[in-house]
Ligand binder design. Structure first.
Ligand SMILES: *[C@@H]1O[C@H](CO)[C@@H](O)[C@H](O)[C@H]1NC(C)=O
Ligand SMILES: *[C@@H]1O[C@H](CO)[C@@H](O)[C@H](O)[C@H]1NC(C)=O
Ligand SMILES: *[C@@H]1O[C@H](CO)[C@@H](O)[C@H](O)[C@H]1NC(C)=O
Ligand SMILES: *[C@@H]1O[C@H](CO)[C@@H](O)[C@H](O)[C@H]1NC(C)=O
Length: 455
């Protein structure tokens, strides 16, 4: 998409409209790019060095720990989060210190980025927490998940390719006002879209952090990285992949014996969540391959019946945009997903919405010609949810006729809810930004194939 930005800049700066039109129309038929909400929409909180961009994510494998992250713009200290169980008032306040990191990106220098892991929390319990400067104290709260178990209900929001446009804001507001209340967000990659701006303008990472705080300071978002997190720019001498993302968004990867924050797993209530990286090596013998190979057999379905994978580039997509970009990863890992009956794979990347049938395409062996996706009860459902808002516009260029592996598809912005009821049943729905809550545009019941064979 850097190409698109280049053409737009060329249009603006040089006004060579013939050249621009040729460049744009020959490559893209997507609608106009949108624009980010102005930076003034996301002012820093008032007060000197006020903690900002507060966000939380699960901090261990089971859900008894939380990583609290925030940025202080001018001073390092105090680097402390204070927290206590709701209802205990001031009696039992605890404190944990943050690890502080900073980074430079071309002509940008970050504030002090704090990450504090608070541990030994009680399951299913509300906590308050505070982060402060010498002048300003900001208070937030979250609820820990129930202890993992087969019949523990839990509700996830699902958002991908969010960005910080007016559409992004509608998606987030819609998610937060959904009558089915999400308790944590599964995020399918592509956060700020800073890299779509000149020099990967990293102030966009700051405004994005302020934008999403209204949700992510209060409930964990489970992060995966997309192509807009790569941030490689050799022309800027920025050759360190994922640099801004890895400094800003810590995840508990060591708890699942992963060697990289780009792939890891957590348990949450009745689900086992596996995050993969579409933009890290996954060939045989690579660290990600070896990790996934030993990870899948570890899952105890009597404890966590539901297995969900989050990655960025979809394996089944019937849009011309990013068509088959997930293909080599599919070839590498799909047999395992079928063997271990992964329930759902959430991907982003394509700026529209699509849900697949339960299908697999694992028979092909170079010579036998068996190259069609076929119905497969053991296969996951693949959901592309890259419709958060982005900045590059909607991906409205589907392939016709609709292939039979595709169950539902639509070029609209929105979010999804995955409402796990018990070990056999989960309700899933997708909601479009143009509809009022609680209108549902696509929905399905998922039946767990380890405990039942409903479909
Ligand atoms: C985001 O949406 C909310 C709710 O509609 C609105 O109050 C707020 O002003 C919007 N934010 C921006 C920056 O447009
Ligand atoms: C490929 O598949 C065909 C048909 O299923 C089978 O007969 C053949 O032995 C396979 N080839 C290899 C190398 O496994
Ligand atoms: C799609 O159609 C092909 C050809 O008729 C068939 O072999 C395949 O099983 C179908 N796939 C699904 C998912 O229905
Ligand atoms: C599981 O949830 C479904 C849907 O709410 C319900 O119909 C079913 O009875 C539940 N199963 C058990 C064993 O409670």
């Amino acid at each position: 998409m850097a190409t698109m930005w280049f053409w737009l800049m060329t249009c603006v700066l040089l006004q060579i409209s013939v050249l621009c039109n040729a460049g744009v129309t020959s490559t893209f038929v997507r609608k106009e790019w949108s624009t980010d909400m102005p930076e003034s929409s996301f002012p820093p909180p008032p007060g000197t060095n006020a903690p900002e961009q507060v966000h939380i994510t699960q901090g261990d494998h089971e859900g008894r720990s939380m990583i609290i992250s925030w940025v202080t713009p001018v001073e390092k200290y105090p680097n402390v989060v204070t927290y206590w169980k709701a209802g205990t008032k001031d009696l039992h306040k605890l404190q944990t210190h943050s690890e502080i990191t900073t980074y430079r990106y071309y002509n940008y220098a970050s504030g002090y980025i704090h990450h504090a892991t608070i541990k030994d929390l009680k399951f299913d319990t509300k906590y308050f927490y505070e982060v402060a400067s010498n002048e300003v104290t900001r208070q937030f709260s979250f609820t820990t998940p129930p202890k993992p178990g087969p019949d523990v209900p839990y509700t996830f929001g699902v958002i991908g390719d969010l960005g910080q446009t007016a559409d992004s804001n509608r998606t987030l507001e819609h998610y937060m006002s959904n009558p089915i209340k999400g308790q944590a967000v599964l995020f399918a990659g592509d956060l700020s879209y800073a890299d779509d701006h000149p020099n990967h303008d990293n102030t966009k990472w700051d405004t994005f952090g302020r934008f999403i705080e209204k949700s992510v300071a209060y409930q964990p978002w489970i992060w995966s990285a997309g192509n807009h997190e790569i941030d490689l720019a050799s022309n800027l001498e920025e050759n360190d992949p994922f640099k801004p993302y890895l400094h800003r968004y810590y995840v508990p990867y060591k708890a699942s014996q992963s060697t990289s924050p780009l792939w890891y797993s957590i348990k949450r209530a009745s689900t086992y969540i596996i995050v993969l990286s579409s933009y890290s090596a996954y060939g045989k013998y690579t660290p990600q391959y070896k990790w996934l190979e030993q990870e899948l057999p570890k899952i105890n379905r009597y404890e966590t019946p539901w297995v969900i994978v989050i990655l960025h580039a979809p394996w089944y997509n019937s849009n011309h945009y990013h068509y088959m970009e997930g293909e080599s990863m599919r070839v590498q890992f799909e047999p395992w997903f079928v063997q271990y009956k992964v329930d759902i794979v959430f991907a982003g990347h394509v700026h529209s919405y699509e849900r697949s049938e339960r299908i697999s395409n694992i028979k092909y062996n170079i010579t036998n010609g068996l190259s069609l996706p076929v119905r497969d009860i053991n296969a996951p459902v693949y959901i592309t949810i890259g419709d958060g808002g982005n900045i590059e516009g909607i991906a409205n260029n589907f392939i016709y006729p609709q292939p039979n592996y595709s169950a539902y598809r639509e070029a609209s912005f929105g979010h999804a809810i995955l409402d796990i009821k018990n070990r056999t049943h989960a309700y899933y729905c997708w909601q479009r930004n143009q509809d009022n809550e609680p209108v549902v545009a696509d929905s399905a019941w998922f039946f767990n194939r380890f405990f039942s064979y409903g479909g």
